[in-house]
Design a protein around this ligand. Structure first.
Ligand code: ARG
Length: 579
């Protein structure tokens, strides 16, 4: 349990006993400044207003309740009323010491895995026969961190790689793959998917016979023709094996088993449309089937029509997402489904889900969340592109990261073996790219900048990875194996106290990431932890201290190392022991 929820429970009870409603929220927050205590209860003012009493008087009543019940004895050693009626809470040193000891000696740092939901996480989701672009990179990195955090907290997570593997373009792609095979091109030439797609399109636009064949292949593919299906599968397999190589390089947990592409939902689409028509949710309009949603207006201020089936019978991206929502609820028995995609798809997702609810495909309590993200920009502030304006290939981006990290690491000339050097360069290169993305609020656009992400100072992967090795080096210097440490943690110095408080807030940052899908909260937490550890280490000598103090401080250092490592791992960032 987090300190925040422990305080929530006790303050809530005290507020209720002082006259507040049963559902009153004490609004427990971590304090911004030490003089305001470790936590603050900010809920008194609104309750007092409701009750028509003076907030400071009501706050005093709450403190009296707490004193009588002795609920916070041994947890907080001072409570005070501040300003218009805030309650500042100062935690007890012994409570902090004991809690830190428990965290250090228990599995999973004492964090209970009490989440019980089945959560679908729809992420990465590249398109077949196209190169993964930077938008998919963001989805892949942020989504994978969300997967790790929710799994750590106990949820059953189902990864859904919603691959764009269906649609009219496949007639053209199959026809072009056939043409290449006839011309004896080897599959190797497909390694450049971007070029493959571009050439297929050019042929389609300029060669009428080819275009006609392409159109006939779409029809055949949709009616289950074996040859077309086999060719289609080949395209999917080639694309996904390339993507899988990227996932492995990126230390992303997706595998082939997680592919749940658009094609999966295709057989369900006629029924979706029929149900929506039968229920009167969808109507025929000029041959197409359309849903009018009053909450979405067009430029004229009239309800916006969303097409779910075209005049020619074809289905749309929206139709697929309605089916996906239904499938995730009925077939996968999920409680919550999250989609990680670009902010520009926000309206699309909202519309698909509004229709899914209107059509009764999912109940109101089924959580559908779009965890949108902004664009990745170049240093010029424009969408991230190659110098010639093309899409940046993921593989090239990662190669550049490795090249730059190699220069950086070699300039530091660390005392490592050749194998350790390779692992270190990989951890820093991939870590830097991932961490740069994870550490920014996902909804804002962010500037992709090699120099800042590979900096050893600031909220960056190299800084965090180095901070971890620094803590670990203390044990090497002391010649102590942290697993053999026993005895108590004793807190006397203010810096020890500050470190213990911060360490015990790890779980609070995880709970927030789990709720909002915002890994930057975890990055920010780890960055602050590393800073607080540095001040502790400067002020509180470890190796030269007397035996008991040394033993206690080594335990705090060990918990710091474990927290940094676990936190970075939940972000999908590798750590090394030496750098
Ligand atoms: N394939 C899509 C794209 O490249 C992203 C899919 C997101 N997921 C979803 N269920 N629509 O933009």
């Amino acid at each position: 349990m987090t300190i925040q929820s422990l305080l929530h429970t006790h303050l809530q009870t005290a507020m209720i006993n002082a006259g507040a409603d049963k559902d009153t929220d004490p609004v427990i927050k971590q304090s911004g400044k030490p003089q305001f205590g470790d936590y603050q209860a900010n809920g008194v003012m609104s309750v007092a207003k409701k009750l028509g009493t003076n907030p400071r008087e009501f706050a005093q009543k709450v403190l009296d309740e707490l004193e009588n019940s002795q609920a916070l004895d041994g947890i907080a050693d001072k409570l005070e009323i501040a300003g218009p009626g805030f309650i500042n809470i100062f935690l007890d040193k012994e409570f902090l010491a004991k809690s830190a000891h428990t965290a250090r000696t228990s599995d999973r740092l004492g964090i209970t895995s009490d989440h019980t939901e089945t959560v679908i996480i729809d992420y990465s989701s590249p398109n077949v026969a196209k190169e993964m672009h930077v938008g998919h990179l963001r989805s892949t990195i942020i989504g994978d961190s969300s997967v790790r955090v929710l799994e750590f907290l106990g949820d059953t997570v189902i990864r859904a790689n919603h691959v764009g593997d269906w649609g009219t373009q496949f007639g053209m792609l199959i026809a072009y793959l056939e043409k290449m095979q006839n011309e004896n091109a080897s599959d190797m030439e497909l390694s450049d998917l971007e070029a493959f797609y571009r050439d297929a399109k050019a042929t389609y636009d300029n060669d009428e016979a080819f275009a006609e064949k392409a159109r006939s292949y779409v029809v055949k593919l949709q009616s289950g023709d074996e040859y077309c299906l086999a060719m289609w599968q080949k395209l999917v397999a080639i694309t996904m094996s390339q993507n899988q190589a990227s996932y492995e390089r990126l230390n992303v947990t997706l595998t082939d088993k997680d592919i749940m592409g658009e094609s999966l939902y295709n057989p369900m689409l006629p029924d979706i449309v029929k149900t929506l028509k039968d229920k009167g949710v969808a109507v025929e309009d000029d041959g197409a089937t359309v849903v009018y949603l009053p909450e979405f207006k067009n430029k004229e201020g009239e309800p916006l029509g969303i097409i779910i089936q075209k005049k020619d019978g074809g289905f749309l991206y929206t139709t697929t997402d309605i089916a996906a929502a239904s499938y995730r609820y009925h077939t996968l028995h999920a409680d919550r489904a999250i989609v990680y995609s670009d902010t520009r798809q926000a309206q699309h997702m909202a519309q698909a889900w509004a229709i899914a609810r209107l059509g009764g495909f999912v109940p109101d309590n089924f959580k559908l969340e779009h965890h949108n993200f902004g664009m990745m920009l170049g240093k010029d502030g424009k969408p991230f592109k190659t110098r010639t304006g093309g899409t940046v290939k993921l593989a090239d981006l990662l190669d550049e990261a490795v090249a730059r990290a190699t220069v950086l690491i070699d300039s530091k000339n660390p005392d490592v073996t050749a194998d350790e050097r390779t692992a270190l360069i990989d951890a820093v290169a991939i870590g830097a790219v991932k961490y740069a993305d994870l550490s920014k609020h996902r909804t804002t656009d962010y500037v992709f900048d090699w120099d800042s992400m590979l900096n050893f100072e600031g909220n960056t992967a190299p800084y965090m990875q180095y901070a971890y090795t620094r803590v670990r080096s203390i044990f090497a210097k002391a010649g102590v194996n942290p697993d053999t440490l026993t005895g108590e943690i004793v807190i006397t110095d203010d810096k020890e106290r500050a470190l213990a408080v911060k360490l015990l807030q790890f779980e609070e940052s995880l709970r927030q990431v789990a709720k909002d899908g915002t890994p930057h909260v975890l990055c920010g937490y780890l960055y602050e932890l590393a800073g607080i550890f540095s001040s502790f280490y400067e002020a509180c000598p470890i190796l030269s201290a007397d035996d008991d103090t040394k033993n206690s401080r080594l335990q705090l250092a060990d918990l710091t190392a474990k927290t940094l490592k676990t936190g970075l791992d939940l972000l999908g960032i590798k750590t090394v022991e030496k750098m």
